[in-house]
Design a protein around this ligand. Structure first.
Ligand SMILES: [Ca+2]
Ligand SMILES: [Ca+2]
Ligand SMILES: [Ca+2]
Ligand SMILES: [Ca+2]
Length: 479
């Protein structure tokens, strides 16, 4: 009886019918951007004379489909051409609004012919920032020679869930100098998802060795981030119902991942997060001191770590768990604070990673006539998910305006060298209920400005508005 009840409970939580969010049967023009030999037209069974199979003789449904060279274009009638550049033939869907859905999936009828990837390439990619960045969903790992329509489904929830600007790109290229194939044929494309319903996750972050609370631990989910308080407690509101996960990366502890957290409607799910100490963490700076001067300014000092085994690259200075600066000197001035309590710690940064934090030093600022607040809230929140990541992460930020024109994200490596500029100016705000309307996201695919994959390690990123740094944070690539 007990088992039966549990099964019914699980079903009641997870068994939700997916709805169609958007569909295209290609019988009418809906705004696809077509390049190269991509066409929306009737297939005629062309191509595939020497290699692979021809295009279909007819559409899967109706009369039209999306495909590469349906009508006999270029030197190879029905086939894609030779010596194409990367993604040279592409078709990009209109922006699809998935902002009210989770568990988003991509379905379509597929008929594809392409040579093996030593020579020719076919791709399916997605963008959730209006085409600024593309994330690969599928590419050919061998020769593909379809001679019938097949139904395919891709889970695209990580990229598309709750996003208002999802685009799909089908492409061909690069291709080599010989063996042309008949390319993509696509019909009845449907985006499905489950309407979003919210719950919440709360918990305590503690040290697994002694059950002491861990303060200022960043707690991250795909749907928003928070930080544990002084007592280790956190709450994440507005988490879509379903099976969710959180990650916690506290300095000096191994990354913590809790999967399969069942979030239910209008309810709060509790998670006890026991973090294991990371015994390989390099030594921290020593003897942190904080003194208040001229009423509302703080002078921080510390000393170099004991017996560092490798070259020290920088110190990270934190206030109330948020990184303020990555610097080389052994002092820091935190100026013009408002009334409140402040906790500082410093870590050392090496090639191999970041050290344990120093002990926390606390100051209390109170100046008559000065504005009172508990913590000076960061005006622009900036975070990324997942973190650690491999190799794609989504950088999330909030603006108090809908104007993103002069907004920029810069990414630096540990040595302070700029790795990549991201321009979210093409982003549009995500209208996520309960989260404010000016939440933006931009994807970093782990490539530097020359298109090379960056190595594992810590990366710093900054949100710049009108050329000024508005917020900073750090992230870790773990391959
Ligand atoms: Ca059709
Ligand atoms: Ca052709
Ligand atoms: Ca070829
Ligand atoms: Ca074709």
């Amino acid at each position: 009886m007990k088992i039966l009840l549990i099964i019914i409970f699980i079903f009641s939580v997870t068994f939700v019918f997916a709805e169609d969010i958007w569909e295209d049967d290609f019988e009418e023009l809906t705004g696809w951007i077509l390049n190269g030999e991509f066409e929306i037209d009737s297939p005629q069974g062309l191509g595939g004379v020497l290699h692979g199979n021809p295009d279909p003789q007819s559409a899967y449904a109706g009369s039209n489909i999306l495909g590469v060279d349906l009508t006999g274009l270029g030197a190879n009638l029905g086939d894609y051409e030779s010596d194409l550049g990367a993604h040279e033939y592409f078709s990009i869907s209109p922006a699809i609004d998935c902002s009210e859905f989770v568990g988003v999936g991509l379905n379509f009828m597929k008929w594809l012919n392409v040579e093996q990837p030593t020579y020719d390439h076919a791709y399916i990619e997605l963008s959730n920032d209006d085409g600024t960045t593309w994330i690969e969903v599928w590419t050919n790992t061998g020769q593909v020679t379809d001679n019938a329509w097949g139904d395919v489904y891709y889970d695209i929830s990580e990229i598309a869930d709750l996003n208002s600007e999802v685009r799909i790109r089908f492409s061909i290229g690069t291709t080599d100098g010989s063996w042309q194939f008949s390319g993509w044929n696509i019909d009845n494309l449907i985006i499905t998802g489950n309407p979003v319903i919210y719950g919440a996750i709360e918990g305590n972050v503690i040290n697994a060795d002694n059950s002491e609370p861990i303060a200022f631990a960043p707690v991250m989910s795909q749907y928003g981030n928070t930080m544990s308080g002084e007592n280790g407690y956190f709450i994440l509101n507005n988490i879509p119902t379903g099976h969710r996960e959180i990650t916690i990366n506290a300095l000096g502890y191994l990354p913590f991942l809790q999967i399969n957290i069942i979030v239910t409607e209008d309810d709060i799910t509790y998670v006890l997060c026991e973090l294991e100490s990371d015994l390989n963490t390099p030594p921290p700076p020593q003897n942190p001191q904080a003194s208040v001067f001229d009423g509302n300014n703080v002078h921080l000092t510390w000393e170099e770590p004991e017996l560092p085994t490798e070259e020290l690259l920088a110190y990270n200075v934190y206030r109330n768990g948020i990184i303020l600066e990555s610097i080389l000197s052994e002092e820091y001035f935190d100026l013009n604070l408002i009334n409140g309590d402040y906790s500082y710690y410093v870590s050392a940064v090496y090639d191999s990673g970041e050290s344990l934090p120093t002990d926390t030093v606390n100051v209390h600022i109170y100046v008559v006539g000065l504005e009172n607040d508990v913590i000076p809230p960061s005006e622009y929140s900036l975070s990324n998910y997942p973190n650690p990541f491999n190799p794609v992460t989504t950088i999330l930020f909030e603006l108090n305006t809908e104007n993103t024109e002069n907004t920029e994200i810069k990414i630096f490596n540990l040595k302070g060298q700029k790795v990549k500029d991201l321009f979210p100016s093409l982003c549009h705000p995500e209208f996520i209920e309960g989260r404010g309307k000016n939440n933006y996201s931009v994807i970093w695919n782990g490539l530097d400005k020359t298109g090379q994959s960056v190595s594992s390690g810590i990366y710093f990123y900054q949100l710049l508005i009108d050329g000024k740094v508005a917020a900073k944070n750090k992230m870790m690539l773990l391959k």
